[in-house]
Design a protein around this ligand. Sequence first.
Ligand code: ATP
Length: 235
Amino acid sequence: SPKHTLLSVADLHAFYGESHILHGMNFTVNRGEVVTLLGRNGAGKTTTLRGIMGMVDQRKGRVEFDGTEIIDLSSDKIARRGIAYCPEERGIFASLDVEENLMLPPKIRDGGMSVEEIYELFPNLKERLRSSGTKLSGGEQQMLAIGRILRTGAKLLLLDEPTEGLAPIIIQQIGEAIRRLKARDFTILLVEQNFHFAATVADRHYVVEHGRVIDEIANSDVKANLEKLHDYLGV
Ligand code: ATP
């Protein structure tokens, strides 16, 4: 694959038990890009991220990361290649404080951000570093969930609806953090239902429906495609 392609997903099928959820997903993410998967509830966006990570019951097709086929690898090995997944449910441990949660994921390779750098990106977290997971607001939990995967050294971040349920001011802060991560050479694949937010951070968008990519829209063309996007997303 071309040198600038970091992730290439080709004809990806995924199954939960007998349920066939992805029906041949096709898309690419280039190095340093922020790319979103847009689509309605149940379209298969989360399953795509889980399919990339090997967290579905069964998958078929091709997933090439950094020039290597990873479809047959375990989730653990995929993570160690340098892909980090931040699930929608965030997975913050209530019994641990901010710093303990931050230190939880193991470093998988060099080049991860230091705790100080993560606090610089999310100053709210530094103010709350001794607060337990339960005491955090939704926005703080989201920042922590993103922050802790930055330590691991992963260069490709899979973020599932980081703005879900958050106040506009917090959504702006998450957007600013994503733009700063892009400037620091992270590559980001973002699942979103809120394309107004997606348009503030992304280079390109793929529209997902019934487990397939049905359209691709450059961010510079979003304004010209608003009507189509409203139709796709039902908003
Ligand atoms: P959402 O925003 O609701 O998460 P999505 O586009 O991310 O939407 P998915 O979560 O990928 O959609 O779900 C796609 C389909 O797969 C849905 O029909 C859902 O019911 C089904 N599904 C998801 N997880 C499982 C599971 N663990 N077992 C069986 N079916 C599942």
